[in-house]
Design a protein around this ligand. Structure first.
Ligand SMILES: *[C@@H]1O[C@H](CO)[C@@H](O)[C@H](O)[C@H]1NC(C)=O
Ligand SMILES: *[C@@H]1O[C@H](CO)[C@@H](O)[C@H](O)[C@H]1NC(C)=O
Ligand SMILES: *[C@@H]1O[C@H](CO)[C@@H](O)[C@H](O)[C@H]1NC(C)=O
Ligand SMILES: *[C@@H]1O[C@H](CO)[C@@H](O)[C@H](O)[C@H]1NC(C)=O
Ligand SMILES: *[C@@H]1O[C@H](CO)[C@@H](O)[C@H](O)[C@H]1NC(C)=O
Ligand SMILES: *[C@@H]1O[C@H](CO)[C@@H](O)[C@H](O)[C@H]1NC(C)=O
Ligand SMILES: *[C@@H]1O[C@H](CO)[C@@H](O)[C@H](O)[C@H]1NC(C)=O
Ligand SMILES: *[C@@H]1O[C@H](CO)[C@@H](O)[C@H](O)[C@H]1NC(C)=O
Ligand SMILES: *[C@@H]1O[C@H](CO)[C@@H](O)[C@H](O)[C@H]1NC(C)=O
Ligand SMILES: *[C@@H]1O[C@H](CO)[C@@H](O)[C@H](O)[C@H]1NC(C)=O
Length: 487
């Protein structure tokens, strides 16, 4: 019943949209919250939005849009890889309909490629290249970044070249920096002193203008290791628990049998707390042990189950038993090759959003290309689902036709996430050079037990919008911001 009701509500909005479009000139700039959400950009591809959610295309022409960060004046800073940092001056006409007034280039530097952070007071900006992290004085009133200094360096390796940055509001002394491996299966990740496949934290409170930059591998505090490429880092807002999401190996064989299609899973890992209770000495397995996600036709499954770590061969030196004994399994495992690139919590601490950039190395059906939500227990600060779960991630927003993404099509490829204090989720997409805004505007379908909605009213489909398998599919011909209550 609830599903039908929501569908009907959307239909109503959509009909008003059709009428509005017939009578209105090209979208006017709204001037007050009572006016329509008419500022809208039309994507050049289809997206799907889960029931109860609205998606709104905020900006495009951003180049390879990677990390994003909201400043304290509502500006959104976007790392455009190999270009620099762009400031989008975002205004809030109505909660679901923010739009960009104007933009400015804050930093022009073709070395910047992903990482971005602001100090808790919003007046120091950080950004990274594959080699270094720099800091600037930042003024959000005119989006200026001045007085650049290099604070961390010597991080270059081939392969994984992004260096995610994370600053905790409650421990602003420590800048966390994640560095991935050079190769798919990288032996350089084995010695701790190489600083490969690790997250480290650097004390930035005692830096002076004459401090030399920290050398990544030989300084700082270890947050976690054995992490192939943990691109997303987040802190649980109530308990302070630090989590990261890890991209696992490709093209894998176990005992000579190709297992790459369905294994290993992508990972969510837990690293403890920055208050002095870090789990730094925990080794998460790479490049020795990997979590099982899908146990169908898995060679020598024995007693392994989803979430357990396995080794690629069984030798006296390294086997599944050693994996279980010596390495820490992930807190959650996700479907193979979805490529999680960011994780961010809502302020209540009962949900984490995860961006899945999407697979390139599945032979059958591609996976990912979406933003999902993972339920969290706000009190314990841990995921609600057990580490054995196959469906901890519920999808919120996804590319419409996943096959259009290969090999070089334009489609949604989510990267950076920001959740603002109204619960809206900003999402960058690098292939399409865009930023989207998601907002929960209605009741959300919880759990997999509910029957998916199957309404496919031909009148709706005619206008490029159709409900299928619980998704609202929005076509390329409609004005997205009208859907779900912007009118
Ligand atoms: C920034 O503004 C200029 C006009 O000043 C416009 O041409 C450009 O498309 C805008 N860029 C973005 C990313 O919005
Ligand atoms: C953006 O527009 C506002 C209002 O017109 C103006 O005050 C501000 O200087 C502009 N910013 C940039 C970067 O152009
Ligand atoms: C921004 O404002 C600061 C003062 O807060 C000023 O020093 C600086 O020159 C301004 N920068 C730009 C680009 O306008
Ligand atoms: C953003 O736009 C507002 C409103 O026009 C303006 O007051 C403000 O100066 C702009 N901010 C920047 C950083 O350009
Ligand atoms: C850079 O780091 C490597 C380890 O990754 C180390 O061997 C080398 O000495 C460092 N170089 C400098 C200049 O510190
Ligand atoms: C960072 O360095 C400052 C100054 O040396 C020190 O007071 C502070 O305790 C350090 N923070 C951490 C988390 O070690
Ligand atoms: C800052 O303090 C930390 C100890 O908390 C120390 O390891 C680090 O070397 C100091 N950094 C500088 C630049 O003095
Ligand atoms: C750090 O915070 C966690 C979670 O609140 C708590 O369990 C732990 O005891 C704290 N550790 C220290 C050293 O205060
Ligand atoms: C596991 O893999 C099989 C194919 O080998 C597939 O049919 C099934 O849907 C997969 N299960 C999950 C949970 O992904
Ligand atoms: C596993 O064993 C096979 C066959 O002996 C070998 O070709 C492969 O390199 C081994 N893989 C690893 C990761 O050791």
């Amino acid at each position: 019943m609830r599903l039908l009701f929501t569908t009907a509500a959307l239909l109503l909005d959509f009909n008003s949209l059709v009428q509005a479009q017939a009578t209105l000139p090209p979208p006017p700039q709204p001037t007050s919250s009572s006016e329509t959400c008419a500022i809208s950009l039309t994507p050049s591809y289809e997206v799907k939005v889960a029931q109860g959610w609205t998606a709104h295309l905020l900006a495009r022409n951003l180049g390879t849009a990677r990390g994003i960060k909201l400043d304290d004046r509502g500006g959104l800073l976007v790392v455009s890889s190999q270009r620099g940092i762009i400031h989008l001056n975002v205004t809030d006409r109505a909660s679901t309909c923010p739009y960009v007034i104007n933009n400015t280039t804050v930093v022009e530097d073709d070395r910047l490629n992903h990482g971005i952070e602001l100090s808790p007071n919003g007046r120091t900006l950080y950004a990274s290249s594959r080699e270094s992290v720099w800091a600037w004085d930042y003024d959000p009133s005119n989006a200026s970044a001045t007085n650049r200094r290099e604070i961390i360096t010597n991080m270059t390796n081939t392969g994984h070249v992004t260096r995610t940055l994370f600053l905790s509001p409650s421990h602003p002394d420590l800048l966390l920096v994640s560095r991935g491996s050079a190769e798919n299966l990288d032996p350089l990740a084995i010695p701790l002193e190489n600083g490969i496949s690790q997250i480290r934290a650097f004390n930035i409170s005692n830096l002076t203008s004459s401090s030399p930059p920290y050398n990544y591998a030989s300084s700082g505090l270890l947050i976690g290791w054995g992490l192939r490429n943990s691109v997303g880092i987040a802190e649980h807002p109530l308990t302070g628990g630090i989590f990261s999401v890890e991209n696992n190996i490709d093209q894998t064989f176990r005992l000579g049998i190709d297992i790459h299609e369905e294994n290993p899973g992508e990972e969510l890992n837990f690293h403890g707390f920055l208050n002095g209770s870090l789990l730094s000495n925990q080794h998460h397995g790479y490049p020795h042990c990997f979590p099982l996600y899908n146990n169908t036709a898995f060679p020598e499954l024995n007693s392994l189950t989803t979430g357990d770590q396995f080794s690629l061969n069984q030798t006296a030196e390294l086997n599944d038993e050693f994996c279980a004994r010596d390495y820490v399994p992930p807190g959650l495992t996700f479907k193979a090759h979805m490529a999680p690139l960011d994780i961010k919590f809502n302020t209540a601490g009962n949900k984490a959003f995860v961006s899945f950039h999407g697979s390139w190395n599945r032979d059958e059906e591609p996976e990912g290309y979406k933003v999902s939500v993972v339920d969290w227990d706000a009190e314990s600060g841990q995921p609600v689902h057990s580490r054995r779960s196959l469906n901890a991630a519920r999808d919120v927003f996804a590319t419409g036709d996943i096959h259009r993404c290969r090999p070089d099509g334009v489609c949604l490829r989510p990267v950076g996430l920001q959740v603002d204090d109204r619960g809206r989720v900003f999402v960058s997409s690098d292939y399409s050079g865009e930023v989207w805004v998601l907002e929960q505007t209605g009741e959300v379908e919880e759990g997999p037990e509910e029957e998916p909605a199957t309404t496919s009213n031909p009148a709706v489909r005619g206008f490029g919008m159709v409900r299928t398998e619980g998704w609202l599919v929005m076509g390329v011909t409609i004005t997205l911001s009208f859907v779900g209550g912007c009118l």
